[in-house]
Write a protein that binds this ligand. Structure first.
Ligand SMILES: *[C@@H]1O[C@H](CO)[C@@H](O)[C@H](O)[C@H]1NC(C)=O
Ligand SMILES: *[C@@H]1O[C@H](CO)[C@@H](O)[C@H](O)[C@H]1NC(C)=O
Ligand SMILES: *[C@@H]1O[C@H](CO)[C@@H](O)[C@H](O)[C@H]1NC(C)=O
Length: 294
């Protein structure tokens, strides 16, 4: 009897832990925060629609314009997220972007770019990392679901140790702080941005497959407008943003745990379609960071 109670309590305890762990990160997203609190429209004002009292934003693009929005503040670290549902049907040439970027020259930038495609063909997710104005670090994956059918959560962890791109809690890309071996690392305050624009000169089949404007307007939907980030003023990063009091700076987030590492390796093995690190034509000698980010 006592034994049963013990087993039951342990079980209840584990279950609670599980529930808490899940709310901690997946629900990392608060879908009840209104857009206006942290974000503002940046361009294509008449192509932006606020839905459900600002809990959802629709960006649209037609021949006259695309559209975009960005955070009001800049950040120096954080665990950023956005729930996105991509344009459906024929979206060839259409790029949906969610990214962090600093202002000014020698800028830092962390990109999710969804490259639209003809109906029935897979949408590619391209990521890129710019450090001190230098990018050219493209990686591309196929997704294991249809990103036009429903909202999915796209996240960027950024602390002093590493940058990790996640799709629904699965790491798809890691860029470590390897300044100790001479690899530059992001060091500017960044704003969060999202946009929908015409990229048909490069996005689909290297620019050969063009936007079919008879399908316009193209629309993408966004949710989850709370921001888990350390606000900072000015172009540099306030030292306070490295403080371990911010949960995303805690040791738990310094590197992937074994389970995440497995998932990450599986994505690289099964879903990656392009990696600049292995593109011998572009980089006969792989860039230094390539050795460290597996
Ligand atoms: C990168 O890591 C070093 C320690 O190796 C640390 O001193 C530095 O502040 C980090 N850089 C950034 C921009 O977080
Ligand atoms: C979220 O929590 C689950 C369960 O604890 C864990 O497996 C997963 O790696 C976590 N994801 C992130 C992004 O921390
Ligand atoms: C563009 O879409 C229209 C309407 O579906 C279709 O009739 C036309 O063939 C498409 N054009 C191209 C180049 O695919």
């Amino acid at each position: 009897m006592l034994m049963d109670f013990y087993v039951l309590s342990v079980f209840a305890f584990l279950l609670l832990g599980r529930v808490l762990a899940t709310t901690r990160n997946t629900s990392n997203v608060d879908t009840d925060v209104s857009f206006d609190q942290f974000y503002q429209v940046t361009w294509g004002y008449d192509h932006v629609l606020s839905l459900n009292q600002g809990r959802e934003i629709q960006l649209s693009m037609d021949k006259s314009s695309g559209s975009g929005f960005g955070s009001k503040q800049s950040y120096g670290s954080g665990f950023f997220h956005m729930r996105i549902k991509l344009p459906d049907k024929d979206s060839a040439g259409v790029v949906t972007a969610y990214y962090l970027t600093s202002n000014g020259g020698e800028h830092d930038e962390l990109d999710f770019e969804f490259l639209g495609n003809r109906e029935g063909k897979p949408i590619t997710l391209q990521t890129n990392v710019f450090v001190h104005g230098y990018g050219n670090r493209e990686q591309r994956i196929r997704l294991w679901f249809d990103p036009t059918a429903d909202f999915h959560n796209y996240q960027i962890l950024w602390n002093q140790r590493q940058i990790v791109f996640y799709v629904d809690d699965i790491p798809i890309r890691v860029f470590k702080n390897n300044t100790n071996v001479g690899v530059a690392y992001t060091s500017h305050a960044m704003q969060v941005q999202a946009s929908l624009w015409d990229g048909d000169d490069w996005a689909t089949d290297g620019g050969q497959t063009k936007t079919n404007w008879s399908h316009a307007p193209f629309v993408a939907h966004f949710q989850g407008f709370d921001i888990n980030g350390c606000q900072t003023q000015g172009p540099g990063i306030d030292q306070n943003c490295y403080n371990s009091g911010y949960w995303w700076n805690a040791q738990k987030y310094w590197e992937l745990d074994a389970d995440q590492q497995n998932k990450y390796e599986n994505v690289r093995k099964s879903y990656m379609t392009y990696d600049y690190c292995t593109d011998k034509g572009r980089y006969p000698v792989p860039p230094a960071e390539c050795l460290y980010n597996m």
